[in-house]
Design a protein around this ligand. Structure first.
Ligand code: KE4
Length: 428
């Protein structure tokens, strides 16, 4: 019996998160035995150049020595206390010191928890019920946000999810990303009832879709005009596109921010941050309840601090240069092979759409050729390069991806593209 068969005998789909199942691209997922730097090592010994990087968490690459040492040292002193520790203070201070809009931080264990907390906080602070989200943006599997979400749901084309009740989404308004007119209409009709707008300031769960010129500043202005709160979901962009996240990159200040992935160094840690007055609406100071047994976990805070200590402007410049090289290389070799692709880039984030035209929203993303994307995914995988097993994710370059790795990736992409065009690859 294969490991995958054993896994499916005891875990739904054999995976702990749906996108890992390769359901969107076909074939069986490989299982990871270990990882180092830019590489994953599968249980069969195959080494893959990894551009998933735990969905963006491993910005330094896998098993960075400083991170490993910090977690090992923390583990030797216990794994969880259920009592406050200095490292939670240090990590909260490190986030505050890097993100001007953040005066106070609540640590949680996942991006979903952070999104859920931010929504409840916005509703509690404003006394309003409605939340606006954007089609194609994914904020975790919060019941009220699983409506035309991106990532797993978008990949499987589910309009929402079974098990989410009409009541759970009754106060959720969904508008197309980059659509100012739709936003104006929803504010015109519901403005007085809107507690908050939650947005991925750079969408990375419908593939990579950048905010159009003025989109984020327009969102800020509309929220101000209607006294709604603006929540930036920076679970991917936070500490990824730059030290201050997308809010620094675009110069737009949200009322609340949520972070994850990078700040946990691959351990379960996420955060909600914002102005002190607003954040103190949270229990135990305020009346908005929120809690978590493992929140601020001592291993996760050790990992997060170890990562943040390594992140400086020079690293982001270098990361953006590598992302730019990869984006340009893919654009060239895929075009030369005769594939119609869009390879958007936002700072250190790269996307890949099999589309003749640029993608600006969820509808455009779903107009892309997911069949060719799947064929290309497998052609790359056979050549030892692992990108997201979904057309609706981003490509993550880490600080461990050296120039030779990137050059090799472009060469292999050219070969994979030629195979896809020739139709010579095996069916998956
Ligand atoms: P988690 O609950 O999975 O830690 O975070 C949810 C989340 C929130 N906000 C954004 C912008 C996110 O991208 C995510 C989760 N990202 C996906 C991949 N794009 C996680 C991968 C998975 O679901 O396995």
């Amino acid at each position: 019996m294969s490991l995958y068969e054993r896994a499916r005998a005891v875990i739904p789909g054999g995976v702990s998160s749906p996108v890992r199942s390769f359901g969107a691209v076909g074939g069986e997922p490989f299982f990871v035995a270990g990882a180092e730097g830019p590489y994953l090592v599968a249980t069969d010994g195959t080494r893959y150049l990894d551009y998933v990087q735990s969905w963006g968490a491993s910005i330094l690459g896998h098993a960075h020595p400083a991170l490993v040492e910090a977690v090992q040292r923390a583990a030797a002193a216990g794994t969880s206390y259920g009592a406050p520790t200095e490292r939670e203070v240090l990590l909260a201070e490190a986030i505050r010191d890097r993100v001007p809009s953040v005066e106070k931080v609540r640590l949680v264990s996942s991006g979903t928890e952070a999104a859920m907390t931010a929504l409840r906080l916005a509703r509690g602070a404003t006394g309003r019920d409605k939340i606006v989200k954007f089609a194609g943006c994914y904020h975790g599997h919060v019941d009220s946000l699983l409506v035309a979400a991106g990532s797993g749901v978008a990949t499987f084309g589910l309009p929402g999810s079974a098990g989410v009740t009409p009541g759970a989404v009754a106060d959720t308004l969904v508008v197309p990303y980059n659509d100012d007119a739709a936003l104006d209409a929803v504010f015109a009709e519901h403005g007085a009832d809107i507690a908050a707008v939650i947005v991925e300031p750079v969408a990375a769960n419908m593939g990579l879709v950048a905010p159009g010129a003025g989109f984020l500043s327009g969102l800020r202005a509309r929220c101000d005009a209607h006294r709604a709160l603006l929540i930036f979901d920076e679970v991917i962009t936070g500490f990824r596109v730059g030290l201050g996240g997308a809010q620094a990159l675009y110069g737009v200040t949200p009322d609340l921010s949520i972070f994850g992935k990078v700040i946990g160094g691959g351990l379960p840690l996420a955060a909600v941050g914002g102005p002190g007055g607003l954040m103190e609406e949270l229990a135990p100071v305020g009346s908005v309840y929120q809690a978590g047994t493992l929140s601020g976990n001592p291993l996760a805070t050790a990992a997060g601090l170890a990562v943040l200590e390594q992140l400086d402007d020079a690293l982001y410049v270098s990361l953006a240069d590598r992302a730019a090289f990869l984006a340009a290389g893919l654009t060239t070799v895929m075009g030369e092979a005769g594939l119609a692709v869009q390879v958007p880039r936002v700072a250190t984030l790269v996307g890949l759409f099999f589309s003749p035209t640029p993608v600006r929203d969820y509808e455009g993303a779903h107009g892309a050729d997911v069949k060719t994307h799947a064929a290309f995914f497998h052609a790359l995988l056979r050549r030892g390069v692992f990108v997201a097993p979904s057309a609706f994710e981003a490509v993550f370059v880490s600080a461990a991806h050296g120039w030779p790795d990137l050059e090799r990736t472009v060469e292999l992409a050219a070969d994979a593209a030629a195979e896809v065009v020739s139709g010579a690859g095996p069916d998956c």
